[in-house]
Each structure stands twice: as C-alpha cells, then as structure tokens.
Design a protein around this ligand. Sequence first.
Ligand SMILES: Cc1ncc(COP(=O)(O)O)c(C=O)c1O
Length: 313
Amino acid sequence: MSSSHPFDAPLILQPLTLDWLQRSGVEVAVLRLDLVDAELSGNKWFKLIKHLDAARRAGAEGLISLGGAHSNHLHAVAAAGRRFGLATVGLMRGHEQQTPTVADLRAWGMELHWLGYGGYRERNLPTFWEPWQAHYPGFYPIPEGGGGLLGALGCAALVPAMEAVLGSVGWADYDAIWLAAGTGTTLAGLVIGEGGRHRVYGALAGPPSHSVSVGVAELLEQAGVADGGYELLDASRGGFGRFDRELARFILATECDGGVPLDPIYTAKTMMALRLYVERGYVSAGTRLIFVHTGGLQGRRAAESQLHKLIDG
Ligand SMILES: Cc1ncc(COP(=O)(O)O)c(C=O)c1O
C-alpha cells in the first residue's frame, strides 16, 4: 500500500461556463475530484489516505467501517481494500437492501452486517466497537465517512494539489473555495491546508446542525489551527437526500450546458446554493472561486430513474 495517489490521472480544474455565472461576472473553476479515479473518486481518497497509512503501520489485515446502502465512503473503503489487498467489513445502517452500491460492495469482497436502525444509532457509544474488534481482531476501524483528524489532514493535501493546477485555467490565485459539507471533515482539511489564505464555504447537505460546526471546530483545534476562515451554509433543500424537480432540472442543465455531472445529495445542492448566492449579489463580479467536486456519482445510480421522472413529470 502506498500513500501516494493510487491514480495516474492529474487533477483537473475545469472552467465552468453557465449563464448565471456569465451574467454575474463570477468565475468558477471546478476541481474535478470525481475524475481522479474510477472507484476511489471524489474527496474519498483524500479522506482515506491517512487512515490507510495508519492501517498499514498497524499491520492491519483488514478495514472495518460503517455507512448506509448508498454510502460513497463504504464504496471507497471496499475499493481501497480490494486494491491494497486488505479484507473489508461494512457495518450497515438499516435492514438488508439491494442498491447498486451494495452490489459493488459485495462484488469487491466486503463482508456486510446489517445493524438495523437502532443498532446503527449505537455507533457513538464507547462500547460499540468492542464486539466487532473481538470478532475481527487485526482489522483497522475507520470512522464513519472517513472522518476524524486523519480524514481532515488527508484533505489538507488538496490545497497544494489545486494550487499546482491553477495555471491550467490561467489563474495565479483564487478568492475562495466552495464545497459540499456532510460531517465537515473535508472542509476542515481545506481550512487547515489554507492556513487562513482563502475563505472556505461549506454547503451543508443535511439540515443545519450545531454538531457540524462543533465537529469542524474540534478538528481545527486538534490540528492546532485557529477556528475561523470558513462559513457553513444551508444547502439541504428540506433534508438530507431529498430532491425535487428544480434540483433535477438543475442537474440536467449543469451537465448539458456546463459539462459537469453532479450528484443529487452533495454536489448539486452545493452548486444550487452557490447560484443563489451569486444571484442574490453576495459575490462580486471578478471573483474567482474554486468549486471542489467531491464526487458521489456512484450514489447517483440509484436516484437516476427518480431524477428522470421528476424532469419528465
Ligand atoms: C460526494 C460527497 N461530497 C461531500 C461529502 C461531505 O464530506 P464531509 O463529510 O467530509 O463533509 C461526502 C461525504 O463524505 C460525499 O460523499
């Protein structure tokens, strides 16, 4: 296992040309993390890299983690395990169900345990891991979503990586970064990597909750970085995972007119929040923004027919 990128593809910064951006004179370049790897795509490699290093240092024979039946995180853990020769175990939220994500997890050899909803809610109890560690000794536990300080520190590496490709869009600098926030781990990593140079805007995929800002503040404290330099915005449109006709149409238009595929849970809601910000005049003309495409397109497969029904309906 190596801590260098598992992919050969260079990071791509893609200028985004959309009518609402052109009208406002705001420039956006999309950091296409969704393209870095067919399986370990989006923010996932960066969130996992230091956890994988820790597993290697511990001589772990496997990885064990948690998530739902559409989890981008478990998808990446299963892919990483297969790639690096580690067994993988997924502790699943809810009751057994078939999704394209679950089919991949199984095909890649991940052993699944369905915990129900009540069982899954116990994941934050101090005793939660004990039976699993007894059952799978030598397996390295990765926190839900690849979070924690190691997850954030892995994402800090995104800042020099994006700086290295700025020239490809003819920019010497940028004004701020936008990205989707779930736990806020990726955002915390970017704030750490930025060291206060550029503001980071995190568009919350779930309803605004105190726990995300507390979690980000804790990560920054653990990293020895001042709490600040970022903003969390509500992008949830009525709830995590909910989507509506306007979102479906926006996804289609952004893909057709801007050449960027978005997922309905994270990246599309973030881009819609950015459009609202721009249209309300909160972003001045000439501003240069980096939009981090955090991936999630594998999770879009299960939503595809619903999206099309919404568009056609
Ligand atoms: C596609 C995608 N974007 C954004 C996020 C949010 O990342 P974080 O939990 O680090 O805020 C996730 C969740 O991991 C995700 O799967």
